[in-house]
Design a protein around this ligand. Structure first.
Ligand SMILES: Nc1ncnc2c1ncn2[C@@H]1O[C@H](COP(=O)(O)OP(=O)(O)OP(=O)(O)O)[C@@H](O)[C@H]1O
Length: 481
């Protein structure tokens, strides 16, 4: 090592740059190349402030590490260079581009400190919140949240009430014991993402300074791979570990991606240990996520696991009502009921069907009617056809009311025959995607207005007479299964 810069005199800017280069060189020798590159390479001298040398690092994680592992050594080395420097302050500061000579040529260091020589302080020292924001901006994890996905627009029903209650709880009080992690799971299109965004919105609204990171598992993986490629995994880790709430959607994406899983596992542990909230969603429960490492599955199941069940008719109906009201469009009850009966797969499809109806009605300036629904949604409805045929309906209804099958198409008008026939027409309308004229033809070549009358008459009777409504419902269920 070269001769120290000497006495208690303040260092000139040029000498300061040279002294710093020597200190770095010395540290590099002492700790070895790998350790140096991992922890110290991004350390820069911000300047000398009184009797303090101010050294900055671009991330909180690096700053803390350098402070605790090399702080004393840095002070000692500075003291050797200049007894006027009594302390070294390791701070968080903006990262500057690593100069070309950095990797191999330590002699480039004095040039790197050129601005320090000019100004005494290389750049405004970053402290507190501002500094944190610098870090966050570089490791920005904030994915845009859908403004429509809030708690206000989330319709609660039996299938999702537990998941909803847990999500609310986490939003009100992140990192509550017993609720960390919160693991939401359920089939496709049942509202997991909606609920996660709602939690993120609510946390941000409650405390805007909270750093809430929301991302898909896919994005997590791509960012991790990119960090590996650019040899910036330290920054990757740090940027993730500085969040207050980590939300990862569709975790099943990590199945079979062992390296990313491992990284996620470590991030997960670091955050939970630091008292930060984690919210994860997947299509299956932790124990059913075959292909995820056991230790990760175990940890995922350690907090609160909440299932979003398949929708019920009632929930589908409430969602349709809420979405129609939000769109400010009149959607007749019969249409809502029809859709809620027909589209049972998931809420996304149900919503898609409703949106198409609304768009169509707006485009052509028409009101939405049950008849129009079948025309506009033909393709969707056919895909959801439960393959109940008109013949099956006729047979089942005839059996139920103890009439002959041929009476379904006969001209007899006696109520004992006519009412079951109307019920069969009503069910044909509800359970198949056949048009009114088609249904009429199958019931003894009747006119479509007869079918229309039958449908509205049965709806009225069901409203007025609950025993009759139950009877028809029972028939419907028998036909659907
Ligand atoms: N309870 C609900 N109330 C209102 N809208 C809902 C509800 N559940 C789901 N939705 C709506 O259904 C659509 C699909 O929901 P979301 O994207 O959250 O499903 P998901 O479970 O995350 O699906 P995937 O498994 O495909 O990721 C969204 O438009 C969402 O707003």
């Amino acid at each position: 090592m070269e001769k120290p810069a000497g006495s208690g005199q303040p260092l000139s800017a040029a000498t300061m740059g040279e002294a710093w280069a020597r200190i770095r060189g010395r540290l590099r020798e002492e700790v070895g190349e790998v350790e140096y590159r991992t922890w110290l390479r991004q350390m820069t001298l911000a300047g000398i402030d009184g009797d303090e040398a101010v050294v900055v690092l671009p991330t909180r994680f690096l700053r803390d590490w350098v402070r605790s592992h090399y702080g004393d050594r840095l002070s000692a080395l500075w003291q050797q260079e200049s007894p006027a420097v009594r302390r070294v302050d390791v701070r968080l500061g903006q990262q500057r581009a690593v100069p070309a000579g950095e990797d191999g040529d330590e002699a480039a260091a004095p040039d790197r400190e050129a601005s320090a020589r000019r100004t005494g302080l290389a750049e405004p020292l970053a402290t507190g919140r501002g500094a944190a924001r610098v870090t966050d901006a570089r490791g920005d994890w904030s994915a845009p949240l859908d403004p429509r996905f809030t708690f206000d627009t989330f319709v609660v029903g039996k299938p999702n009430e537990f998941a909803h209650a847990c999500a609310r709880r986490v939003a009100e009080k992140p990192a509550l014991p017993g609720f960390n992690p919160l693991f939401l799971y359920g089939g496709v299109g049942l509202g997991k993402t909606h609920l996660m965004h709602a939690v993120a919105w609510a946390i941000r609204a409650g405390e805007p300074s909270r750093n809430v990171a929301y991302m898909s598992a896919e994005k997590f993986m791509y960012r991790f791979i990119a960090a590996l490629r650019s040899q910036s995994t330290m920054e990757f880790k740090e940027s993730l570990r500085s969040v207050d709430v980590l939300m990862v959607d569709d975790l099943q994406f990590l199945i079979g991606k062992d390296n990313t899983q491992e990284e996620f596992f470590h991030t997960f542990n670091a955050l939970v240990d630091a008292g930060k909230q984690i919210v994860v969603s997947a299509d299956k429960s932790p124990s059913d996520l075959n292909g995820l490492e056991d230790r990760l599955r175990t940890r995922l199941g350690c907090g609160m696991v909440a299932d979003i069940h398949a929708t019920t008719y009632e929930l589908r109906l409430s969602i349709l009502g809420a979405k129609a009201a939000a769109a400010g469009v009149e959607v007749p009850k019969s249409v809502q009921e029809y859709l809620a009966h027909k589209i049972t797969s998931n809420i996304r499809e149900l919503e898609g069907a409703l949106n198409r109806l609304i768009a169509h009605a707006n485009l052509f300036g028409r009101t939405i009617t049950l008849d129009g629904v079948q025309e506009v949604l033909q393709d969707i409805l056919r895909a959801h056809d439960r393959r109940v045929t008109i013949e099956e309906i006729q047979r089942k209804v005839a059996e139920h009311y103890n009439i002959r099958l041929t009476d379904m198409s006969s001209a007899r008008r006696a109520r004992a025959v006519a009412r079951p026939r109307q019920v069969a027409m009503y069910l044909a309308k509800q359970l198949t995607s056949r048009s009114l004229p088609e249904i009429g033809r199958r019931f003894g070549n009747r006119d479509h207005t007869t079918v229309m009358h039958a449908v509205s008459r049965i709806s009225e009777l069901m409203q007025a007479d609950s025993a009759f409504a139950e009877d028809v419902e029972l028939l419907r269920r028998m036909l659907e299964t």
